[in-house]
Ligand binder design. Structure first.
Ligand SMILES: Nc1ncnc2c1ncn2[C@@H]1O[C@H](COP(=O)(O)OP(=O)(O)OP(=O)(O)O)[C@@H](O)[C@H]1O
Ligand SMILES: [Mg+2]
Length: 256
């Protein structure tokens, strides 16, 4: 099971869109995917996917059901751990209960190829707990200068916690592939210069009205408009993630 946390410095840059579309695209490649709503304040993956959960992470935290039994079937064959505000309480409940919770996550191992955490923006403890418990981080930014500055600040903290961290960058809402790669180059050169660390480029997602439309329709764009630019880019990213996990490009997905 590969665990990947999707995060960002600034909010609203497209983490939930990436998490949902990446999960569905990976599932389409035949992978067993669990999408975990780790945004503790504004859990909204269920809304983004247009699903209603009978059980949520709240019921897991209260001990009512196991994590496995709290998963809700989602579109495209994925399983979803729908968020609940009780998770916020858990994160402050001390290391023992937190450990028990992450033990439950480990129990998904046999039935899961990819566990994707959709985290909140920013670096408070409740976010970094998930980042620490995942093998890889995908850091999402947009061309917006404040989003890039905040992405750098996030990378700085992640490298400080783990100098060997693998941080893969997705640049969202770009006009073209070249813009994404150029922005990554800029961000990476700042990391090299000031942190002596390098980021990895995962890909770009073009700005696409179909993506916004899909959000309003509560249906991921890879399902609603599979021929759109954004859907094409999400599938491309999923392909890269899958290839990396199989070491197709000669690199390990796991940083640990
Ligand atoms: N490539 C894109 N083109 C156009 N609109 C996009 C694109 N990606 C995301 N959006 C829009 O941006 C908005 C924010 O996206 P999303 O909810 O995925 O961000 P987020 O990072 O999860 O936000 P939060 O920090 O609040 O959790 C949504 O309305 C979404 O439709
Ligand atoms: Mg979100």
């Amino acid at each position: 099971m590969k665990t990947i946390a999707i995060t960002s410095g600034k909010g609203g840059v497209g983490k939930t869109c990436l998490s949902t579309n990446l999960s569905i695209a990976l599932s389409h490649f035949g992978q067993n995917v669990v999408l975990f709503d780790a945004d503790l304040q504004l859990a909204n993956v269920d809304v983004a996917l247009g699903i209603r959960a009978e059980k949520t992470l709240r019921d897991v935290v209260s001990g009512e059901v196991s994590l496995k039994d709290a998963l809700t079937p989602g579109p495209g064959g994925i399983r979803v751990a729908v968020g609940g505000s009780a998770i916020g309480t858990l994160m402050t409940a001390g290391p023992k209960r937190l450990g028990q919770f992450f033990d439950q996550i480990a129990s998904l191992q046999d039935s899961t190829d990819f566990l994707i955490y959709d985290t909140a923006a920013g670096l408070e403890n409740r976010v970094t707990t998930f980042l620490k418990n995942s093998e890889e981080t995908i850091l999402v930014t947009t061309p917006d200068p404040t989003a890039i500055t905040d992405a750098y600040a996030t990378a700085k903290v992640l490298f400080k916690k783990n100098p060997e961290a693998t941080i893969r960058v997705v640049v969202n809402m770009v006009a073209c592939a070249e813009e994404g790669y150029a922005l990554f180059g800029h961000l990476n050169s700042v990391c090299k210069r000031f942190l002596d660390r390098e980021l990895e480029y995962l890909g770009h997602v073009r700005q696409d009205p179909k993506a916004a439309q899909a959000t309003r329709a509560r249906k991921p764009v890879v399902l609603l408009s599979p021929d759109s630019a954004a859907a094409e880019d999400y599938v491309h990213i999923a392909r890269a993630v899958w290839d990396l996990s199989r070491n197709v490009r000669g690199r390990q997905l796991s940083a640990a």
